[in-house]
Design a protein around this ligand. Sequence first.
Ligand SMILES: [Zn+2]
Ligand SMILES: [Zn+2]
Length: 272
Amino acid sequence: MITCDLHSHTCHSHARDTAVQMYEAALAKGLAVFGFSEHSPRPERFTYTREYRDRLNAGLPDYVREVKALQADGRCRVLFGMEIDWFESDQDFVRRAATQFDFDYLIGSVHFLGEWGFDDRQEDWDRLSAARKDECYQAYFTTWRKMIETGWFNIAAHPDLIKIFSVDDFHRWLAREASLRLVKEGLLALKAKGMGMEISSAGIRKPCREIYPCAAIMRMAADLGLDITFASDAHATEDVAHAFPRLATYARAFGFADSVVFAHGATSRMAF
Ligand SMILES: [Zn+2]
Ligand SMILES: [Zn+2]
């Protein structure tokens, strides 16, 4: 049984529920470790259709205070983290975000290619030709590797998020040897930096209807002996530890038997 969920959000960003409510959901699910990984505010050029920048900027001190208070509760081990966006053009901004608080751990995420939030809208993808989509997949994994190579983060989030709105095209692209090689470069960097690769049930709830990452990437990760983490990426209490029995079966099928927990520079393992 997976008893550790290292990816969750609160109402300080675009999620629905409070930190206390998310924590109570973690307790109800029998989790031993629960990681809060609220989004970090983005520079103004990087905008989603439903933008929550102002609310998040205003709520960040409360987020920190609330998570710290929950750490004292003791019924479930609470980790204070953040999900940091990687912006290749704004690396100083990213670095500041990654060092703004005394975090237990950090998740690094690529949600933007240039200034395009590619996980925002299906319509954006419906307009793209097959060739243009291939360029996006290529750009995503090139960017993903650069994010990893900074060494600023502990976990690489939702490794194949780029498939979110075009899963069939993505698999067509990934079946090529050159594509697999590119993804593998990212995984090798991840191993070199001592990071964990996230296995996330969020994809099941998105239009791609697949766990992040897909089987081909899981196979490479297993061959390379990568460390893994489990994530629901919950934005509401009912999604805390979402589909974890399915994630456990999935990970076990590739030979994984434990996941890692990052806490203030220390790494521990938890069997599942
Ligand atoms: Zn994310
Ligand atoms: Zn997230």
